[in-house]
Design a protein. Structure first.
Length: 238
């Protein structure tokens, strides 16, 4: 019991330190240009939350200032086991970047439409006969990732580059999606090309409450991007 208590206290201390680091990094974004750079950076790592993107950025830049990495911006980050699966290993002396990883748990219910009917399943516990099961976010825990420049081994496989959709979009779909954007209190902004929004096809700015979509794409690609930015909050980049 004492060991579990110490482990829990250590985890809480790490989470508190991460939250403090996150607060400090966001507080440093004092100008519109600061926020623009942060959003452009986040667009390049859109598979991660904005909070974790900021944590990775500030820790990588600190590592650059300490001459532990060759470039000020990270390029490809992954966890320790994921690097091993790619036949690469973290180099000796390289510290990982702490991020906030989700903690999920399974819940079961015989009456899914009733919010109070869901019960949390213990680890390894199977649901009862006829019970519906779903996973929910129940907390956060510290985790670590490393940039590729902190690892050594085989070259990673070339990541397939996505291709833009071609052709026309279904009639009325753009207008319907645009109406939902404005109904949520956001302004739809059309930009000339990807350079205007940090290289993304679309970007949601929660500070100015604007959704931007680049117009140098086909109608089908524009509609797909608008749908993505409507459905993928809070990352907001497509």
């Amino acid at each position: 019991m004492r060991v579990q208590t110490r482990d829990l206290a250590a985890r809480e201390a790490k989470l508190e330190a991460l939250q403090q680091k996150l607060t400090e990094s966001v507080s440093a974004l004092v100008t519109g240009e600061d926020w623009k750079r942060a959003l452009e950076f986040a667009a390049k790592f859109r598979s991660r939350s904005f909070n974790n993107t900021m944590l990775i950025y500030v820790q990588h830049y600190a590592a650059f200032q300490q001459s532990r990495v060759p470039e000020p911006m990270p390029t490809y980050v992954a966890g320790f086991r994921q690097w091993l699966s790619l036949n690469r290993a973290v180099m000796k002396g390289q510290s990982g970047y702490a991020i906030l990883a989700p903690v999920t748990a399974r819940f079961a219910s015989t009456n899914p439409s009733e919010p109070d009917s869901w019960r949390r399943l213990a680890r390894g516990e199977k649901p009862g006969f006829g019970e519906a099961v779903r996973s929910k976010l129940v907390g956060l825990k510290p985790a670590h990732v490393w940039d590729i420049s902190q690892t050594d081994g085989e070259p990673i496989p070339e990541i397939p580059r996505p291709t833009l959709l071609r052709g026309e979009s279904p009639e009325g779909l753009w207008d319907g999606l645009a109406d939902q954007i404005t109904a949520h209190g956001f302004e739809l902004r059309l930009v000339s090309d990807a350079r205007s929004i940090g290289g993304a096809n679309g970007l949601t700015d929660y500070m100015t409450r604007e959704v931007s979509v680049r117009m140098d794409m086909s109608d089908a690609a524009q509609v797909k991007t608008l749908a993505h930015d409507l459905l993928t909050a809070p990352t907001g980049a497509s």
